[in-house]
Design a protein around this ligand. Sequence first.
Ligand code: GDP
Ligand code: IMO
Ligand code: MG
Length: 430
Amino acid sequence: MTNVAVIGSQWGDEGKGKIVDWLSEKADIVVRFQGGHNAGHTLVIDGTKYKLSLLPSGIIRAGKMSVIGHGVVIDPAALINEISTRKGQGVAISPDNLMISYSAPIILPVHQRVDVAREAQRGAGKIGTTGRGIGPAYEDKVARRGLRMGDLLDMDALAEKTAALLAHHNIWLKAAGEDELTVEEITAPLQEMRDQLIPYLGEVWALLDDYRRDGRRILFEGAQGVMLDIDHGTYPFVTSSNTLPGQAAAGAGIGPGSVGYVLGITKAYTTRVGSGPFPTEDFGEDGVTLGERGHEFGTVTGRKRRCGWFDAVMVRQAGKIAGIHGMALTKLDVLDGFDVLKICTGYTLDGKVIDRFPASSAEQARVEPVYEEIEGWSQSTMGARSWADLPSQAVKYIKRLEELTGIPVATVSTSPEREDTILVRDPFEG
Ligand code: GDP
Ligand code: IMO
Ligand code: MG
């Protein structure tokens, strides 16, 4: 038996939430370790939809512990709102089943203001962030001027730290022609919210150490995906955190040996929200069809996701960078009915064939995909729960993806519903 880390292997929205919820049946504790409410994870259980941003996707199952590690940046208002909306759907959430790290950085209204103002300044070169203040909050953490959840325990000290933080940001806001913020504007809402948040605060590392020593199963839940990783993604069109499984250890407070099996959630085609290179993006009818069949609209911002074919080069590379042991292939059903499917097996860069995604952003923008075509299938795979339910062409497609990426398939997902999932190899068995 081993622990499992779930990460996205593309540009996010691969279906991590659905798979984490499904796997959480066998887990004792589910841990978020990076990102913030830029993440949007949709689960569907017996027809009921649950949208999660900050809460770990294990929160829906009764009897499971959920944890938000210090690697996550927390907007307190967004968290309170999410807890109350989920409670409204009948989900039990209390300090009995949710712990939040004392050391998690707080996203403040100033971060959101800076995020939005900077994007406006970038104009056509904008990153297409979610506008949630994620980047500026991580910057303040690294600059050692950020507030942390534990600061809510001492509001006098928090006010002093806020003054120092604003002294930094107001200079830029003023120069950019934006409204400056006062200490009161930051501290008053925190004062109002602190009583609701303090009961959840705890020492996550100590709790995880207990679970580890008791041999209980830990499921780490990543947000975003490898190609949005701050270091290995399509920089600068990335998010501001490491999305790799190594971050599960660093962002939760546990040794890397406890991370266990790395499950790379992988969409059977490719999508991306926001700006940046996307070699297999399809601007024609097929791209539109993928978007419509896959309902490819962002959970967080409602933006239309850009759609294209499976990029085996990118996923192979993500697999190596992240040490992915197995894939959870999702949204196979969206490919039902295509006569021909394309798979990107390489790129050309200035006329030369290459077998990897280059590190230079200028080169990333110039690569052209090399495709191989494979016959599609006309039968429906929607809701399939075993290999035997899959048409032979769908099995061929999956096998080809395994060959090209070098990553074995551990599970296949065939609809948004929790149970519409084929288990090939149990990640908890290693
Ligand atoms: P995440 O950010 O990786 O958790 O993914 P999102 O929840 O943002 O986006 C995935 C979307 O696809 C959600 O609306 C899911 O309900 C849906 N979904 C997940 N798996 C499948 C699948 O196998 N088939 C179909 N049709 N939809 C799926
Ligand atoms: P989940 O967890 C898809 C993208 C944004 C933008 C870039 C930077 O649902 O897979 P940020 O607000 O993080 O500074 O935006 O990253 N992005 C995501 N795209 N899924 C996500 O999360 C994302 N989180 C951020 O669209 O391009
Ligand atoms: Mg999402």
